[in-house]
Design a protein around this ligand. Structure first.
Ligand code: AMP
Length: 280
């Protein structure tokens, strides 16, 4: 496994693969890898000749008051996991190479970046689409893999890829959860015991929503209220949003139909967690 820190070297590596007609599978991450990330790596490994994982805690997607400086950085452990999973290259650029002095160019997907997480994290998705566009240009993957865990991000990236004609496929893979249902996240390490216990209500609320839909409830207000009541019964929980939206434009639906996204963001103490389910 190679660790490539320089953009020039990464560009060169990718051109060599292209010349050899090798396909490149790409998994963008911020590191602190867990089984959710590794599910993407394993799929990429099955479908491509070469797998590149990027590890970059992207300053452009954090708001000023957010956890950029304390975000977990564990390169040693990440290297081991990538090695075990037969990753070919870890791309590990520095902030100053990705955003050199005088950096001025940003990519934004309009409107879709304003709803859901975009409301409480203005500018976040502009940071995500900018870094992903840069990484697509540097790594030139054939297929890039994203998790359904970040549903809005996946929808935005798909739109950007289509709108800007990036010559690659986007694949979105299911959420990997702990046995009791908590979605794996690099941020789960911030939770204390009580917060982690309370955080199980995210999955419980989503399951409750799905059960209500199955039993014929189609009014999003009723479903959101039931979810809200369940989550509010947990001491450490503070709801940021619960929304039921269409999966293309992310607009709130008036009546629940097959293709809806039920998404939520909830703080447990200071830690904000997100989760979702797609109804289909
Ligand atoms: P991150 O390092 O948090 O930026 O995540 C990198 C990629 O891993 C994103 O596409 C995430 O959606 C995906 N991911 C994170 N957590 C999970 C999970 N629990 N299950 C599946 N994919 C995940």
């Amino acid at each position: 496994m190679r660790i490539i820190r320089s953009i020039e070297e990464m560009l060169e590596f990718s051109s060599v693969q292209k010349r050899k007609n090798k396909t490149i599978g790409f998994v963008p991450t911020m590191g602190a890898l867990h089984l959710g990330h590794l599910s993407l790596v394993r799929q990429a490994k099955k479908e491509n000749d070469v797998v590149v994982v990027s590890i970059f805690v992207n300053p452009a997607q954090f708001l000023k008051n957010e956890d950029f400086s304390k975000y977990p950085r564990v390169l040693g452990k990440d290297k081991e996991l990538c090695n075990q999973n037969k990753v070919d290259v870890i791309f590990y650029p520095s902030c100053s190479d990705m955003y050199p002095k005088g950096y001025k160019t940003y990519v934004a997907v309009e409107d879709l970046d304003k709803y859901l997480c975009g409301q409480s994290r203005p500018g976040h998705f502009r940071g995500v689409t900018t870094v992903v566009a840069k990484l697509f240009n540097i790594i030139r993957p054939d297929i890039a893999y994203f998790g359904q865990k970040d549903a809005q991000q996946a929808i935005i990236i798909k739109r950007m890829t289509r709108d800007l004609n990036f010559p690659l496929k986007i694949k979105v893979l299911p959420i990997v959860r702990e046995s009791q249902g908590l979605a794996l996240s690099s941020r789960n390490v911030y939770l204390n015991k009580k917060e982690k216990e309370d955080a199980l209500c995210l999955w419980q609320a989503l399951k409750l929503a799905s059960k209500l839909v199955d039993s014929g409830v189609s009014d999003p207000k009723k479903i959101k209220l039931a979810m809200r009541t369940l989550i509010n019964s947990k001491k450490t929980a503070r709801i940021d949003y619960i929304e039921i939206t269409s999966i293309d434009e992310l607009l709130p639906v008036k009546k629940i139909s097959k293709n809806c996204l039920i998404a939520l963001a909830v703080y447990f103490g200071k830690t904000r967690l997100i989760d979702n389910i797609m109804l289909n």
